[in-house]
Design a protein around this ligand. Sequence first.
Ligand SMILES: NC(=O)c1ccc[n+]([C@@H]2O[C@H](COP(=O)([O-])OP(=O)(O)OC[C@H]3O[C@@H](n4cnc5c(N)ncnc54)[C@H](O)[C@@H]3O)[C@@H](O)[C@H]2O)c1
Length: 265
Amino acid sequence: MATGRTHRPATRSRGIPEATVARLPLYLRALTALSERSVPTVSSEELAAAAGVNSAKLRKDFSYLGSYGTRGVGYDVEYLVYQISRELGLTQDWPVVIVGIGNLGAALANYGGFASRGFRVAALIDADPAMAGKPVAGIPVQHTDELEQIIGDNGVSIGVIATPAGAAQQVCDRLVAAGVTSILNFAPTVLTVPDGVDVRKVDLSIELQILAFHEQRKAGEETGQVGPEAMEGPEDTAPASPARPTATATDRKGPDGDVPAVMPA
Ligand SMILES: NC(=O)c1ccc[n+]([C@@H]2O[C@H](COP(=O)([O-])OP(=O)(O)OC[C@H]3O[C@@H](n4cnc5c(N)ncnc54)[C@H](O)[C@@H]3O)[C@@H](O)[C@H]2O)c1
């Protein structure tokens, strides 16, 4: 059984704050779209709007990368794509295993966006013996008995858990013992991991609950019924909008120090 949990400093050793790291994928997504349209340069304002981030924050974030843009020209799109990809470690191939190949695991396995971002699905693992050998997204499912062997053979450091909640901790422990040091957890449970292991969790129902909160607030504003929380100031009363995220992943740390992986779009 794993003991301890992940504790990451707010600033990484190379001096890039976690909040900046959490925004880099948003910039990369916006920049990739520009690159696909062969747009050579972009201003901080344009890129900030496309990424849904405040432009002053964007300039500050890019200063950590040593990227300041050129006055009157803006940022070189291709170079920024390269710089951010390098910073995020995406210039190398990352083998990933998915454990739990039910509805969600199969959908993740079929998602083409992993491969295009440098994440190769090295193996699909499930505890159901009836699934062993059956192809999902062209990859034969392997039984959990082989988990340790698969991790070792493929040098896997990132594991995705899509099992029922009751199995997730045990799966996590086995992944970590086999050498996995980063876990993306879709199961609705809090995982305990040793120091040095990063856990990010994705829970779409939590995101929906946050949207429901804002919907309720907007409805209250329309009818003039403003709740006590709306008296706390403009920062707290503004509804979530794509152009103005209300929280970054690192702002919403879970009780165990793991971090929701879904960012405001
Ligand atoms: N985070 C989200 O937004 C989100 C969305 C949907 C589902 N979920 C969660 O994802 C998980 C999977 O959901 P689903 O609908 O795909 O369920 P599912 O029942 O279709 O699939 C679960 C799979 O896990 C396998 N499994 C069970 N125990 C295992 C173990 N110890 N080792 C390996 N495999 C094991 C089962 O054989 C099955 O194939 C659930 O925990 C669910 O709550 C999360």
